[in-house]
Design a protein around this ligand. Structure first.
Ligand SMILES: [Zn+2]
Length: 445
């Protein structure tokens, strides 16, 4: 099966080609060129678009699509304490509906590869992880589901209520089963499982250590929240006598197979350490700003040589999932922090949203459009009212982020055409998420 994408401007991630095209064969890019294109079974002709590598989402909690708009003005810990009891009521159906909404929004805004950090597994509600994997398969999203966990309840000094924490043996057993069932380590993989205890304040150090050992035994990646807020830093210093990154280092949680969500409150030595050991950082600017968490030192991290990607984070602290918007926010935030417009240029911001995220996820076959990489392409209209006439069209995608993508290709297959999702019914997904969200709001008597 061959598919050709032809666009007014092709941005490969390194090269900008007028009237360029990409030929995909069996899910991989076979050729990139300009001028008269080769024949193909399917042709996606977008003369009014810029075609670029599909965007990569390095941090998310898709189930949160069902609990958007709560605690609009709270800190992370206030927001978490209010939401945990609602999250304790989710089941596989809630997660399926929420994930379909999150994934639809991601695909429609040009994201082709996403992680999802799922850490809420209420007792006796089977099938939650499977619902995530199946939803990605149905909608056609390249997916890295992270088997998250919480084991340190309030009664043991953690933040979450005891009703949402699991036993550590059960977590490790289930995680191993999910790796065996769904993890595909091969090139061009559509599904890779990640081991992902939630945070230093919701699991024990023992579970962190055991999770790292389990991941390394199976050659899968590790992900968790680190240094998101000063409340977390205080908790770690008071509870363990260590700063969050020091704690992670003690527990074997640094290295090229690890990426952290947020990485905001890092001191200079920690910035250097994260860069040196090649641990990734998923920067989530909208969520960080909504929760008033702080500002990730993106400029310093990049200067030190760190791997930095972008995440939309859960929709309960973002209310959307649009990575072009995150690139826009990251660019502006870096500039205002450094009081310099050169702190993060527009192309560097787009790099975070593509190659940077792919590096966090351990994908050297994603994030660029070159022969041999995955055929994941996002086409954005640049002739619409928002973009028509902008001088530098590549920069425009970060300066004036598009609301929707015109066409989106994942694994050499079109999943969005003319701004419409081909793999699901957007109106039906909206109706279902409205119903599920309403149901979660009603507290049982
Ligand atoms: Zn998060």
């Amino acid at each position: 099966m061959t598919l050709l994408v032809r666009a007014g401007l092709l941005y490969t991630g390194t090269r900008e080609i007028q009237n360029g095209w990409v030929l995909a064969r069996d899910g991989l890019i076979a050729e990139v060129g300009s001028g008269p294109p080769p024949r193909a079974d399917v042709v996606v002709d977008e003369p009014n678009c810029i075609a670029m590598p599909g965007l990569v989402n390095a941090h998310d909690h898709m189930y949160q699509w069902a609990t958007r708009g709560y605690v609009p003005d709270g800190t992370l810990f206030e927001w978490l304490r209010a939401l945990y009891p609602l999250w304790a009521r989710i089941d596989a159906e809630t997660v399926r509906v929420a994930a379909r909404a999150a994934m639809a929004r991601l695909l429609l805004s040009g994201c082709t590869l996403s992680s999802d950090h799922h850490y809420v597994f209420p007792h006796n509600r089977p099938g939650i992880f499977q619902a995530l994997v199946e939803s990605a398969r149905e909608l056609g999203l390249r997916f890295h589901p992270c088997r998250g966990s919480m084991s340190l309840g309030e009664s043991s000094g953690g933040l979450p209520p005891d009703s949402v924490v699991e036993k550590e043996d059960a977590i490790l057993t289930h995680t191993e089963a999910m790796i065996a069932r769904f993890h595909d380590p091969g090139p061009g993989s559509m599904c890779r499982v990640v081991v992902a205890p939630c945070s230093p304040f919701s699991v024990t150090p023992e579970l962190m250590r055991d999770s790292a050992a389990l991941a390394r035994k199976h050659g899968v990646r590790l992900h968790t929240h680190v240094a998101e807020t000063l409340d977390e830093e205080r908790y770690c210093v008071e509870t363990f006598g260590r700063r969050p990154v020091e704690l992670m280092e003690d527990l074997g949680w640094v290295g090229p197979d690890v990426w952290f969500a947020h990485g905001i409150h890092l001191n200079d030595a920690e910035v250097d350490l994260v860069a040196k050991v090649k641990t990734g950082v998923a920067h989530c600017p909208s969520s960080n700003m909504r929760l008033g968490a702080g500002i990730c030192r993106v400029h310093d991290l990049l200067r030190a040589g760190a791997r930095v990607g972008l995440g939309v984070d859960g929709a309960a602290s973002n209310e959307d999932a649009n990575l072009a918007v995150e690139a826009h926010q990251a660019m502006l935030l870096a500039r205002v922090t450094a009081v310099s417009p050169t702190a993060l240029d527009a192309r560097a911001a787009l790099r975070l949203a593509t190659q940077g995220g792919a590096e966090c996820l351990g994908r050297d076959d994603c994030g660029l459009l070159e022969p041999g990489t995955c055929a994941d392409v996002a086409c954005f209209r640049v002739d619409d009212l928002a973009h028509a006439g902008i001088k530098d069209l590549v920069a425009a995608i970060a300066l004036a982020p598009p609301a929707r993508a015109q066409s989106v290709i994942v694994n050499g297959r079109a999943v969005v055409r003319e701004g419409r999702l081909l793999t699901g019914d957007e109106d039906e997904i909206a109706r279902e998420i409205a119903a599920v969200s309403a149901r979660l709001q009603v507290v049982d008597p």
